[in-house]
Design a protein around this ligand. Structure first.
Ligand SMILES: NC(=O)c1ccc[n+]([C@@H]2O[C@H](COP(=O)([O-])OP(=O)(O)OC[C@H]3O[C@@H](n4cnc5c(N)ncnc54)[C@H](OP(=O)(O)O)[C@@H]3O)[C@@H](O)[C@H]2O)c1
Length: 328
C-alpha cells in the first residue's frame, strides 16, 4: 500500500510525495487518514522555526481522523474498521498515518471525520494545561485567552461543561460575541486598549483562578494583574512575543504560579495518561454534543499552503482542517 504525504521542500513549496505505507509498531495502529487538523506548530515547522523532536516523523501533521486499517502487536482496544481521531507524533499530513492506540479516541457516528480531526490536539492541550498544570476546579473562574482559536474554542467549552465561570478574549466585537455563544460569561477584545480595564469594568479584575495564555509578551503582566490570590497562569504560546517584563511584586503579593508547557515535548506516557482522563471526563460530553468542534474551513491536501496562509492571516474561527483523501 502506498502513502501520499506532504513534504515542505522549501517553506513555500509543498510537494505531494509517494512512498510505502508504514507498518504500525507495537502499541500503534495505522489509520487511513480522512482529515488532518492544522496547527500553528505545523506552520512554524514549515518555516524551519520549530524542528520536530528527534523521535518524531519529519512529515508535518499532529492530529488526524480516519479509519483504523491495521493494528500492531499489543493493541487491546481498537480493531480494523474502527473510526478514530488521534494525536500523531508527526506524519498527519498524509493519506495514512501511525498513532499510538492510547493516543486515539473512538469517534462516534455523530461526528464527521473533519470534526474529529479538529479535536485531539485541542482537547489534550487544554486538559493538560488548564486542568492538570492549572488545577482548575469546579466553581473556579478561568480565563481562556483566544476563545476564537482552535485551542480556545474547545477550551471555553471544556471549562464550561466542567462547571467553571469562563472568561475569554478575541480580536473583535463579533468574535467576542461568538466566544460568548460558546459559553464564556465575558469576552474582552484584545485589539482594544487596556485589556485589564475591560475585565475590571466587568467585575473580574483580581478574580481569575486559572489563566490559559496563548500569546505571551505583554499579556503576561496583564494576566498577573487579573489573577486571584493563589492563581495559576499557564503560558503555551508567544504570538505577542517571547520576552516579557513583569512586576515580581504581583507574583509575590498574590502567591501566583506562572508555568507553561509544549505538547510536542510531553512524554508519550504523560499524553496517554491525559487521554485516559479525557476519555473519562470530557469525551462523554463530546459524544453528547455538549462540546462541539468548530471547523472554519476544509482545504484539500494539495492546498496546504493556502490553508497555512489562512491561519497566518488569523481570519478563521475555530479550526482549519485538511482533506487527505487523495484520489479516493
Ligand atoms: N504549547 C503547546 O503545547 C501548544 C499547543 C497548541 C497550541 N499552542 C499555541 O497556542 C496558540 C493558539 O493556537 P491555535 O492553533 O488555537 O491558533 P489559532 O487557531 O490560529 O488562533 C490564534 C488565536 O490567537 C488570537 N490572537 C492573535 N493575535 C493575538 C494577540 N496579539 N493577542 C492576543 N491574542 C491574539 C486570535 O484571536 P483573534 O483571531 O480573535 O484576534 C486567535 O484566538 C498558538 O500560539 C499556538 O502555537 C501551544
Amino acid at each position: 500500500m502506498n502513502r501520499h504525504y506532504i513534504a515542505f521542500t522549501t517553506p513555500e513549496t509543498a510537494d505531494i510525495v509517494t512512498d510505502s505505507a508504514p507498518t504500525p509498531k507495537s502499541g500503534e495502529v495505522l489509520i487511513k487518514v480522512s482529515h488532518a487538523g492544522i496547527n500553528r506548530a505545523d506552520m512554524l515547522q514549515r518555516l524551519g522555526l520549530y524542528p520536530p523532536p528527534e523521535d518524531a516523523s519529519p512529515i508535518p501533521g499532529l492530529e488526524v481522523a480516519g479509519e483504523v486499517i491495521a493494528v500492531g502487536a499489543e493493541c487491546v482496544h481498537l480493531q480494523k474498521g474502527d473510526r478514530v481521531c488521534a494525536l500523531t507524533h508527526g506524519g498527519g499530513y498524509a493519506s495514512v498515518a501511525r498513532a499510538r492506540e492510547d493516543h486515539c479516541l473512538s469517534l462516534p457516528e455523530t461526528l464527521t471525520y473533519e470534526q474529529g480531526a479538529a479535536l485531539p490536539e485541542a482537547l489534550l492541550t487544554v486538559w493538560y494545561n488548564v486542568f492538570e498544570r492549572g488545577q482548575l476546579a469546579e466553581g473556579e473562574t478561568v480565563l481562556i485567552h483566544g476563545g476564537s482559536s482552535g485551542i480556545g474554542s474547545i477550551g471555553v467549552q471544556m471549562a464550561r461543561v466542567m462547571g467553571s465561570i469562563v472568561l475569554s478574549t478575541a480580536g473583535s466585537a463579533e468574535r467576542c460575541e461568538a466566544v460568548r455563544a460558546l459559553g464564556a460569561r465575558f469576552a474582552a477584545n484584545h485589539r482594544k486598549e487596556n485589556l485589564s480595564a475591560q475585565f475590571k469594568s466587568a467585575g473580574f479584575a483580581g478574580q481569575v483562578d486559572v489563566i490559559l495564555d496563548i500569546a505571551g509578551g505583554d499579556l503576561v503582566q496583564t494576566n498577573l494583574d487579573l489573577a486571584a490570590p493563589d492563581g495559576r497562569i499557564v503560558c503555551i504560546g508567544a504570538m505577542r512575543g517571547m520576552q516579557s517584563e513583569i512586576n515580581l511584586a504581583t507574583l509575590f503579593m498574590k502567591r501566583l504560579t506562572l508555568t507553561g508547557s509544549t505538547l510536542r515535548r510531553l512524554e508519550t506516557t504523560e499524553r496517554a495518561r491525559c487521554f485516559s482522563a479525557i476519555r473519562d471526563h470530557i469525551w462523554p460530553r463530546v459524544v453528547a454534543g455538549d462540546i462541539c468542534p468548530i471547523v472554519d474551513k476544509v482545504y484539500p491536501l494539495n492546498k496546504v499552503l493556502d490553508a497555512h496562509e489562512h491561519m497566518r492571516l488569523g481570519t478563521h474561527f475555530g479550526k482549519l482542517v485538511l482533506d487527505c483523501q487523495i484520489g479516493r
